[in-house]
Design a protein around this ligand. Sequence first.
Ligand SMILES: CC(C)(COP(=O)(O)OP(=O)(O)OC[C@H]1O[C@@H](n2cnc3c(N)ncnc32)[C@H](O)[C@@H]1OP(=O)(O)O)[C@@H](O)C(=O)NCCC(=O)NCCS
Length: 187
Amino acid sequence: MPESTRSPITLRRAVPADAAALAAQMADPSVYGMLMQLPWPTEVMWRQRLEAAATAKESAEVLLLAERDGQLLGSLGLHPHDRVRRRHAAMLGISVGAAHQGQGVGSALMQAACDYADRWAHLLRLELTVFADNARAIALYRRFGFREEGRHAAYALRDGRYVDVLSMARLNPDPPHAHRPTDGDPA
Ligand SMILES: CC(C)(COP(=O)(O)OP(=O)(O)OC[C@H]1O[C@@H](n2cnc3c(N)ncnc32)[C@H](O)[C@@H]1OP(=O)(O)O)[C@@H](O)C(=O)NCCC(=O)NCCS
């Protein structure tokens, strides 16, 4: 179907009822293989994760879903660090279902996550690891201002081989600051 006649991509926060759809998306080897996930994810595992997030104290943590006509297309998680001096930083993870890749879903999720981090969640620094051969993901991250910070050799086992990852990070290009009224400003 041509892009112009499709329903728009919508974004929302995940809830426990999304567990089955997320488990199904993560069950695809072309998806979980590129993440740090394991084969055979279950609905129960995802429900536990989502229920814990739903009842946790308010934090900048978010799992965002992209949908079209109620169908799950992809997801993006931002996971802030707990240590006080690292609370300005969060790990980012993203995945788009195999049938929906290359259609702008990843870009929509990244745009929303960067806006949320920069403008709402006090997150100065977004960081991630990406397999060094994941050209599509690396291109997407660069497009959103992520820079490579280093390479970790044999970082993770993927389908029988130890594979390198790149560390990438993005700093808010325009961090918020307090507006200090001056004499000439209206009250
Ligand atoms: C990586 C991923 C999140 C990208 O999402 P997506 O919805 O496919 O991304 P988009 O369609 O928004 O954009 C992809 C961009 O990469 C470009 N691209 C596609 N294949 C590419 C390649 N081999 N090399 C470089 N760029 C590529 C596309 O042209 C597009 O750029 P454009 O918007 O300028 O045309 C998705 O493919 C995915 O989930 N893959 C499996 C899991 C994964 O790798 N997650 C990331 C783990 S770190």
